[in-house]
Design a protein around this ligand. Structure first.
Ligand code: SAM
Length: 287
């Protein structure tokens, strides 16, 4: 039984990081006329009211989107990537009872009539919220209560050969660290030209460096790895059972414009979230 509920962590610093990068990639993809397939393999509830339920209970968003909504504490204006993120979150950035968009809702906001969005979620409670949003009103978007990794393979390659795949597991099952590289390898065989964004946690109890390097080794085309450390590995927050001290993204086929954006944004996020200078960006071009 899955215990993780993203509501507790919606709007926290890890969301700010992954969602602002996701938004940048989506903006790039929809510049071209060709239809796109968007896939969210681990979708969560779709959107959240930060003033209620799990989000209000944990209050994690206050140190995440809460700081961005307040204008940030960075020196000077927010980097463009974060400014765009704040704009997309709109009224859902805090305790005003607006809708804070999770990744499915963010992707839905970029859907054009010719595009398609498929979201996978296994938790019954989160699936109900997700399907209420998508299976009723949005013909171009659908929610499926299926394993996102197996489901993804059945969708590849998209007929237009253009797509963005967002892979954002909770890693509550340790096997995820093994199944994700295996599944990615299969997905890349079917659709090597896709844009893939994989999120991973930095945990005191697991060698995330090995995992990230393994992911980077799966693909020889353009790829990047970005990390944001909220704390030192040896001193994770006391209330974090698995020693969560930050998170990372591996992206295959990122838009080239993402590199300067990350170079601006990562130092700003590290300063904002209390660990100045603790970030990493590795950018590899096709050999
Ligand atoms: N992507 C969401 C966002 O950014 O708003 C957050 C997703 S949350 C980190 C991970 C979700 O994956 C959880 O809601 C969990 O129930 C779900 N999940 C776990 N294993 C899954 C699987 N094999 N297939 C689909 N969903 C899964």
């Amino acid at each position: 039984m899955l215990a993780y509920r993203h509501g507790f962590h919606a709007g926290a610093a890890a969301d700010v990081f992954k969602h602002s990068a996701l938004i940048h990639c989506l903006r790039h993809l929809v510049q071209k006329e060709k239809p796109c397939l968007f896939v969210d393999t681990h979708a969560g509830a779709g959107s959240y009211n930060l003033a209620e339920g799990f989000s209000a209970q944990s209050g994690e968003w206050k140190n995440g989107i809460g700081k961005i909504a307040a204008g940030g504490q960075v020196n000077g204006p927010l980097p463009a990537m974060l400014e765009k993120y704040r704009e997309i979150c709109g009224a859902g950035t805090g305790a005003d009872a607006g809708v804070y968009p999770g990744s499915p809702e963010i992707m839905a906001r970029f859907l054009r009539p010719e595009d398609r969005l498929v979201c996978f979620e296994l938790h019954p409670g989160d699936f109900d919220s997700l399907s209420e949003r998508f299976n009723s009103s949005e013909v171009r978007a659908e929610a499926r209560k299926e394993d996102g990794l197996a489901g993804l393979l059945s969708l590849l390659p998209p007929p237009s050969r253009r797509g963005l795949i967002f892979i954002d597991p909770s890693y509550e099952i340790k096997d995820d660290f093994d199944t994700i590289p295996g599944m990615l390898q299969k997905a890349l065989k079917r659709f090597s030209g896709g844009m893939y964004i994989v999120w991973y946690p930095l945990l005191e109890t697991y060698p995330a460096e090995d995992f990230a390097e393994r992911l980077m080794g799966l693909y020889r085309g353009n790829r990047c790895r970005a990390e944001l450390h909220h704390a030192d590995k040896t001193a994770p927050p006391a209330n974090s059972p698995r020693g969560f001290y930050g998170s990372g993204l591996v992206i295959f086929n990122p838009p080239w414009t993402l590199r300067p954006e990350l170079e601006n944004t990562l130092p700003a996020l590290a300063a904002l979230y209390g660990n100045p200078g603790k970030w990493l960006l590795q950018w590899e071009e096709k050999a």
